[in-house]
Design a protein around this ligand. Sequence first.
Ligand code: ATP
Ligand code: MG
Length: 200
Amino acid sequence: MTTRRIGVMGGTFDPIHHGHLVAASEVAYSFKLDTVLFAPTGQPWHKSPAPGATPEERYLMTVLATSTDDRFDVTRVDIDREGPTYTVDTLRDLRAQYELNFPNLETEWFFITGADALADIMEWRGPQEVIALAHIIGVTRPGHEMRHPDLPADSWTLLEIPAMAISSTNIRARAGRGEPINYLVPESVANFIGKRKLYQ
Ligand code: ATP
Ligand code: MG
């Protein structure tokens, strides 16, 4: 049986930026992952419905941003599921999908999250099931202290990555004020935001 190591990076990606891409790339390298699957959330449950991009636009921007990297792929599992997104559902659905489509593939699953999201891990729905489904990799993020999650030591790993002080919140605010977002997001994403007049 062939074994594949797959990382899942969940996020709102409103919009996707170079902080997300560096995190995914660094984890892929350090953990010898074959693939990182970006999973844009459905209606984000922890955020108020602020004027952002639609789920379909967030999905499209994620595809644009990842299209030039062979290691990266995008999944629609969360976009296509009704209701709010919970990590446990993302992992359960992806694992079921892979077992069905690739019965001869043995997969090892990893879930990638930034320091801020890692801190909330115990508030996620079903943290015990999450760690049964995937090994958690927490990456450093500027402005967010890495708080150790209250989880068994062998269920998660911290990885120090180059500091990218970029957030989607800041990019939306910049776009709203007509300030440049070049080089914070891939060129294709900046063009898409301009073309659709997002975040204005
Ligand atoms: P928002 O400001 O809207 O919350 P965001 O920049 O935090 O957007 P998300 O889509 O919320 O982006 O984040 C998805 C995942 O990527 C989370 O696990 C988050 O911690 C991580 N992440 C986002 N930006 C960075 C960054 N600059 N460095 C490291 N990790 C990051
Ligand atoms: Mg965030």
